[in-house]
Ligand binder design. Structure first.
Ligand SMILES: Cc1cc2nc3c(=O)[nH]c(=O)nc-3n(C[C@H](O)[C@H](O)[C@H](O)COP(=O)(O)O)c2cc1C
Length: 390
């Protein structure tokens, strides 16, 4: 089968995309005091103009306490006009738009939100220097309130003209913290075997689906593995995928890695340590990064299609639409993924490097991305907005 199939339309529940390409969520940093700037609109409009079927706005915190730091954007009345503007611009450019629904869980240095919430009481290395050393184990009220926040955020996005939402169950954020045996040490019905650890993430999914499923496609970004011993395994993730299929998820975007432990497992390539040190918020953070950065931030060499083996295991366990994500390099990879039965292809860095990547690939102007995975774009997120420096 050729690459052409990837450029054909695909239907995900109530939504039809003009092609099978999704711009994967990458933290944009186009916000001022938590309000999206024109940069966010321009960024996503450029991606839509470059021909991607659907672009994904990243890290839409569902509540103030779902933010990893205090001036991060969250979905509420104050941000909706700007978010609606992004959707309008994307539609005008012929694309569809999704928003990633997130909650940081214990991975927080957001002092204003108070003690971070988590599946268990956990040491919060990320917030240590900001006076937030431990998380609080969520009780039933916390869970009920948080699930409500996810559903309300999705409804607000439907009103703002969004076409889809992506419930984030990956990368070590709250729902992924519940899934992971490393961070979920609960003794109740929400901890222990994977059927229990998945209970709260699945409840959240169900609430979102019930609220907006008739209007929006509801996708899930799902960890296949956390990338360290004692973390979520692909076998456990297959179970979660099957449950999400049963509950009517419109597609899964497959990923892995845990931001507080294995941040570069999810993207691979260079660790841009120098810029990360410079971006530290205070002197203590900078010094800690300079001294311990190489130990804390493990490097994983880049290889094309680095999640393929794991994604094939998930492919064999469900029939629902799956988006392959991770190291898609060009024409050959896309054909291979179509042949392997993936329904969608999600990309991040090739589209940060060049929003016109897909158009150029389709016309034959290029065969593969020129992105070298230097990952300096990660540093740029905190320097006025994500961009390729090359
Ligand atoms: C600059 C940057 C920011 C990212 N921010 C997010 C994010 O906010 N949410 C998320 O789910 N993934 C995020 N990711 C991960 C990407 O969505 C994707 O999973 C990863 O880059 C692998 O895909 P690629 O090889 O096509 O780049 C980010 C990646 C990069 C490079």
């Amino acid at each position: 089968m050729c690459m052409e199939r990837a450029f054909q339309p695909v239907t995900l529940g109530p939504l039809t995309l003009k092609n099978r390409f999704i711009k994967s969520a990458t933290y944009e940093g186009f916000f001022e005091e938590g309000i999206p700037t024109q940069g966010l609109t321009d960024h996503h409009a450029a991606l839509a103009q470059g021909g991607v079927g659907m672009t994904t706005v990243s890290y839409g915190a569902v509540s103030p306490e779902g933010r990893t730091f205090h001036n991060q954007m969250y979905i509420h009345e104050g941000t909706l006009p700007a978010l609606a503007g992004v959707a309008e611009a994307v539609h005008r450019a012929g694309g569809k738009i999704s928003m990633q629904l997130t909650h940081c869980g214990f991975f927080s240095k957001n002092k204003e939100a108070g003690k971070p919430l988590g599946p268990s009481r956990l040491l919060n290395q990320y917030g240590l220097l900001n006076g937030l050393p431990f998380s609080k184990e969520m009780d039933r009220d916390d869970m009920e309130r948080t699930a409500g926040h996810f559903a309300l955020a999705a409804e607000r996005l439907a009103e703002a003209g969004y076409d889809a939402v992506e419930v984030h169950m990956g990368h070590g954020y709250l729902l992924s913290q519940f899934l992971s045996p490393a961070t979920n040490r609960r003794k109740d019905a929400y901890g222990g075997p994977i059927a229990n650890r998945a209970r709260f993430p699945l409840e959240v999914f169900r609430r979102v689906k019930e609220r907006v499923g008739h209007r929006l496609a509801v996708l899930v970004k799902l960890n296949m593995s956390d990338g360290f011993r004692g973390g979520l395994t692909v076998e456990e993730s297959s179970y979660v995928a099957q449950e999400l299929e049963r509950l009517g998820a419109d597609a899964l975007v497959l990923t892995g890695g845990f931001t507080s432990k294995t941040p570069f497992y999810l993207m691979r390539g260079e660790v841009p340590l120098k810029g990360m040190i410079q971006n530290g918020e205070n002197a203590a953070e900078k010094i800690t990064m300079a001294l311990f950065g190489p130990l804390i931030v493990k490097k994983y060499p880049f290889t094309p299609l680095f999640f393929l083996d794991q994604a094939l295991q998930i492919r064999r366990s469900v029939k629902m639409p799956l988006a392959y994500l991770g190291g898609v390099d060009g024409r050959e990879d896309i054909s291979r993924l179509m042949d392997a039965g993936f329904d969608l292809i999600a990309l991040a860095r090739p589209l940060i490097h060049d929003p016109q990547f897909l158009l150029k690939l389709h016309t034959g102007e290029i065969d593969r991305t020129a992105c070298d995975r230097c990952n300096e774009c990660v540093v740029e997120m905190d320097r006025g907005g994500v961009r390729c420096v090359k």
